[in-house]
Design a protein around this ligand. Structure first.
Ligand SMILES: [Zn+2]
Length: 172
């Protein structure tokens, strides 16, 4: 869902986007989110809806516009949005996988067979792969794809599994 706010001079003062949680309406989410970005009261108008599709997902996007001269929190730039989007996705898939791992653990506790153990190991390996991002190659080493931390050649040679700064899982 997007909200585009302009002032009475028709200058755009903020562009925001939010995810509508499953089971919520766009209007309800909008009302809630507006209170996060301004203390002024604004009356958003529904402008259009369209389907955005990329290689990972397909989503229905609602676009609202509003005119207001109230003060707004600055809107994050695109890069920040990408990062947030990535974090949300990681978090969602992590929750699902944690549940599956818990389930496999319970099965193993109840029934200590090789099959149950293999199942548990498969689940843990799966957890391990999650959210790994390709390291960005660099002339003198490599860089973390998430926070941009620089790894010198010695450091890159050791191929750390996680970035020490942001905790992002690294794929080499
Ligand atoms: Zn990092």
């Amino acid at each position: 869902m997007h909200l585009i706010v302009s002032n009475s001079d028709k200058e755009i003062v903020g562009k925001y986007c939010w995810h509508v949680a499953f089971g919520e309406t766009a209007e309800k989410t909008l009302k809630l989110k507006i209170s996060d970005i301004t203390s002024g009261s604004i009356k958003p108008k529904f402008k259009k809806q369209y389907i955005r599709e990329d290689k990972n997902e397909k989503e229905l996007v609602y676009v609202f516009t509003a005119v207001s001269d109230a003060e707004f929190l600055p809107s994050p730039d695109d890069k920040e949005w990408e990062k947030r989007d990535f974090e949300i996705k990681c978090w969602e898939s992590s929750a699902k996988r944690t549940l599956s791992a818990c389930h496999a653990m319970m099965m193993y506790r109840n029934n200590r067979t090789l099959e149950a153990a293999d199942n548990l190991v498969a689940m843990l390996e799966w957890l391990n792969d999650e959210c790994g991002q390709d390291v960005v190659p660099h002339e003198y080493g490599a860089k973390c794809p998430n926070c941009g931390r620089f790894f010198n050649q010695d450091h890159a040679f050791r191929k750390p599994v996680f970035c020490e700064d942001c905790g992002c899982m690294l794929r080499w």
